[in-house]
Design a protein around this ligand. Structure first.
Ligand SMILES: Nc1ncnc2c1ncn2[C@@H]1O[C@H](COP(=O)(O)OP(=O)(O)OP(=O)(O)O)[C@@H](O)[C@H]1O
Ligand SMILES: [Mg+2]
Ligand SMILES: [Zn+2]
Length: 546
């Protein structure tokens, strides 16, 4: 017997065999059982997810004289003819090659005739969105009032291209991409029946590469088997399908996060030499950074396609990068994706992109600018800025004790640990919880711990002083400190000037001018925005126009 490819051999023959589309199949079974069959259906969804298969099962089910309602017997003449495509009552029309008005006119002529043996004449029009507008218009009238013995089943991968006039005359079903675990389950089932030994990692690699399409998954399985024979290993699947392995992706994201340009270049070189598709790698890299971002946002996040060890590494990387940076990587990758896709020099684009990602910290984000401005404000000495710090929030209530719902100390990331030693980690933790708050705290000078107080020094009259000094922020910081250190800590703000709070200091503009001009930050801002100092306000705001 001639060899039949897996995708054809395993085409579902009853609704129960269709994987992952229960929302469609169950509704259709019920409609048939209750004899409430619409005259036209539209099946939309991605390629290879079962649209044509369901249309055929449906055609068989409504014409089969033997099976239970909703279940074709697949043995009677009607079922067998429909399966092998020789039925005169069930016609499959390819919308792409029969797209004109003439074909539709011919179809309209034919529907007048009663079915030859079954109950219904069924027209399955595949890729229906390809019909021309006049053809659609010619269909409209027929669809409005088809003879009772005629049923239309339209299938399309692009429902959005089907005119609304047609859509509104059909019952519409949207087929979904098949979830990974269901794809993997079906592949394992097929492999077992075909006498093929295949490991979990190989199955999940194939399933992942198929992006929710069962036909693609089955074709890949076929391809792999024809290469390896009846024993399939994950390693071979990597090689055959040219799939970039998880390890390479993890080391690429790690290199980026660590700013390790040399490693990035080395990885690209290796991928290139092995003939991997670099555009594909770019896409996977974006996916990986997306996963990393999710890790920072969702505490229990674990991608289903990952092993526990890989997921642990992912979480580790996410922790060290933090949400802000990951968001920036992704924005950057998304921004350049179009370039990558269309470029004839993908390697070059990939290299420059990764180098830029490694240097992402050099591109100051808004929060960085803010942070530096706060530092600048704080660092500018003025004649009236006395060296003695002054407490401005000494008696801030320890709000943690009065609130409920805090994480227990054991759960804190650095529970029971030394606050000073773990200060940087605390800032990272804060940036995941509240980026702005962490920027503000990071912009202040951490002076150490005194008793149960976190001593921070802020600039006189700075925005940070007001922000961090507000009672709700104090409360929030206490709560987060409790969560992280497992200790009730309050914030004690001091400022680097002696004047009382609320009375703005008026440093002499002349004394500040020189400081501002020589300030590295001002120089940095000027060069970053390619700006120049036009004039300096001579009022108390000491504002600079750039
Ligand atoms: N949901 C599914 N359950 C089981 N097998 C499926 C499913 N979807 C697709 N297949 C497998 O893929 C093959 C192709 O499926 P089918 O022709 O029904 O897809 P389709 O959605 O019509 O795709 P296209 O849009 O490319 O026409 C089937 O022969 C079957 O082996
Ligand atoms: Mg199809
Ligand atoms: Zn039958």
């Amino acid at each position: 017997m001639a060899y039949e490819v897996i995708a054809r051999k395993w085409r579902p023959q009853v609704f129960q065999d269709v994987v992952g589309q229960e929302h469609v199949t169950q509704t259709l079974i019920n409609a048939i059982k209750n004899e409430r069959i619409a005259h036209a259906y539209l099946f939309g969804g991605p390629r290879g997810v079962g649209k044509t298969s369901v249309a055929r099962i449906f055609a068989k089910a409504i014409n089969c004289p033997e099976g239970e309602p909703g279940t074709p017997c697949n043995h009677c003449r009607s079922c067998l003819e429909i399966t092998d495509g020789s039925s005169t009552d069930v016609q499959e029309i390819d919308g792409a090659s029969n797209r004109g008005i003439d074909e539709i006119r011919e179809l309209r002529e034919n529907i007048k005739y009663l079915p030859s043996s079954g109950k219904y004449r069924v027209y399955i029009i595949d890729e229906v969105h390809m019909l021309t507008l006049p053809a659609f218009n010619a269909l409209l009238k027929t669809l409005e009032e088809p003879p009772p013995h005629v049923k239309f089943l339209f299938a399309t991968t692009e429902s959005n291209k089907v005119p609304i006039t047609i859509l509104s005359r059909c019952q519409r079903f949207d087929f979904k991409r098949i979830p990974l675990d269901q794809l993997a389950g079906q592949l394992k089932h097929i492999a077992k029946q075909e006498g093929v030994t295949i490991g979990d990692s190989a199955v999940s690699l194939i399933a992942r590469a198929s992006e929710g399409s069962m036909r693609d998954a089955q074709s890949l399985l076929d391809q792999v088997i024809s290469f390896t024979g009846k024993t399939v290993s994950g390693e071979l699947v990597h090689k055959i399908l040219g799939i970039i392995d998880r390890e390479t992706l993890l080391s690429a994201t790690k290199a980026v996060i660590e700013g390790n340009v040399a490693k990035c270049i080395e990885i690209i070189e290796e991928l290139y030499n092995h003939g991997y598709d670099l555009k594909d790698f770019y896409r996977l890299l974006m996916h990986q950074f997306r996963m990393l971002l999710f890790c920072t946002l969702l505490p229990d996040f674990k991608p289903i396609e990952m092993t526990e060890a890989d997921a642990a590494e992912l979480r580790k990387q996410a922790g060290s990068a933090g949400e802000t940076k990951l968001q920036m990587y992704l924005d950057f990758l998304i921004h350049r994706e179009e370039n990558m896709r269309q470029s004839s020099y993908p390697r070059l684009i990939l290299e420059t992109t990764l180098i830029k990602l490694c240097r992402v910290e050099d591109f100051l984000s808004l929060s960085d600018i803010l942070k530096h401005l706060i530092r600048l404000e704080k660092n500018i000495p003025g004649p009236s800025f006395a060296p003695q710090p002054k407490k401005i929030m000494e008696d801030q209530p320890i709000s943690a004790s009065s609130s409920t719902g805090y994480s227990s100390p054991q759960k804190g990331e650095a529970a029971g640990k030394d606050v000073e030693k773990n200060w940087d980690d605390f800032i990272k933790f804060l940036s995941r919880k509240d980026r702005f708050l962490s920027t503000m705290i990071n912009g202040a000078v951490f002076k150490g711990i005194k008793g149960e107080a976190i001593c921070l020094e802020v600039g006189s009259n700075s925005f940070a002083a007001g922000y961090l000094g507000s009672s709700d922020k104090a409360e929030q910081i206490s709560r987060l400190a409790q969560e992280f250190f497992g200790r009730r800590l309050r914030v004690e703000l001091t400022r680097n000037a002696s004047e009382p709070l609320g009375e703005p200091v008026k440093p002499s503009p002349a004394s500040r001018k020189g400081d501002l001009e020589s300030s590295p930050l001002v120089q940095g801002v000027l060069s970053m925005f390619d700006g120049e100092i036009l004039r300096e306000h001579k009022d108390t705001k000491e504002e600079k126009k750039i």
